[in-house]
Design a protein around this ligand. Sequence first.
Ligand code: ADP
Ligand code: G6P
Length: 457
Amino acid sequence: MGLIVVSNREPYSPVREGHELHWKAAVGGLTAALDPVLRERGGTWVAWGDGEREIRSVELPPGEGRYRLERLPLRESELQDYYYGFSNRALWPMSHYFLNRVRYLGRYWKAYQRVNRRFAEAVLQVHRPGDLVWVHDYQLCLVPRLVREALPEARIGFFWHIPWPSSEVFRTLPWDHEILEGILGADVVGVHVPEYARHFRSCCRIVLGYDNDGHAVQAPGRAVRVESFPIGVEAKAFAELACSSEVRRAAEELRRQVGTPFLLGVDRLDYTKGIPERLEAFAEYLGRHPEAHGKVTLVQIAVPSREQVDAYRQLREQIERLVGRINGTYGQAGWTPVHYITRGLERRELVAHYLAADVMLVTPLRDGLNLVAKEFAAVSERGVLILSEFAGAAAELKEALLVNPYDYDGLARAIGQALSMPEEERRQRLAELKDRLHRFDLSAWTEGFLHALEGAR
Ligand code: ADP
Ligand code: G6P
């Protein structure tokens, strides 16, 4: 029985340097999670082929060939309206409660339908009887129903990786019926947090009039299971990497270069991540604590994302201005308060940063789950995790310092508390976090979801 994973983003994209072609890993939670799943189980991954249109099929990871990627090329106009448009100007801001940023345009919706049909056709081409089809995320909501119509007996799972909002917010979408009906083509619908599953089921009741029966939604003629399966990280692999002498040396070198204890932020550059709010809170902390000047630094890594959407470009400029203002106001010879880095890090480098940091700041305004919080907790040996209560991960990671990212005062206080937390308390909190991360790791997530899917009918 084969596994077919379907997502918009491909795990590695081709980059040409002279005559050489490299495959560069994507930055983002979905691909970070699914690449190890396919490495382990093998299978086929269907995704948008970004660049190098003539490469339609490739064995991945590069040089290892554990699974096959089928690449679907999209035309520029499709990409604009389906990806930058409907996916990232309608569904993304709506689901994260940013209604002031939504653009609901008929043109976007048409392209979304068209591209979802193309993805479904690509799935039909590779599907063999008995295969499990696992469709991922908000870019592909119509695919489960389209595959179901062609293959009524197929086993289809759908995973929604971002928050599912309250019905009051979801109902603002002019195509609310169609999106729900599309997803309900699946046998099992997964989300990261029980609250999102409740919201989804109540949307089905309120928008479509479908009753809920425990965790199932009663669609005409079939019951669809809707449940939370919080994703985990490869806790063991992260911990082992953190023990390697190469990573430990890199962490020491980093601490030496930064020169003070440091706070760390690692995010895709996205307005949901609360980066300006975090910078404001750090400025607030410095304003209140002159004794900390020269003694603590914020290292913020923010990889640019979706830059053809205005909101993302504006955010980048806003962050650059803020970093400049803070460094201009508080910096002194030998000390730059904020180190700002906009490149993606290799896994080893990332782990060295987690290991070296004194405090990890994960403060999204809204986040489906947030893998960075879990990766840090799996790696760190003495750091403190400050975590937004609006990240899905907060439902599990109770030993973090939970904060409201809109409350600069509260966040500034949490920074002070984290920096002065006694060693024993830090270690105790981390031990409990690690224990949970090892029990509910990435393979437990995969097995939990696929087991539910296999047992669905
Ligand atoms: P999202 O999926 O919204 O981007 P997550 O925190 O769930 O947020 O996942 C982000 C993933 O991308 C994590 O696995 C993280 O390690 C990775 N990542 C984020 N920023 C960087 C970076 N600068 N370099 C390398 N990987 C990064
Ligand atoms: C989030 C979404 C994913 C997406 C990722 C990166 O994790 O849930 O679906 O792949 O962000 O965003 P991008 O638009 O670059 O794929």
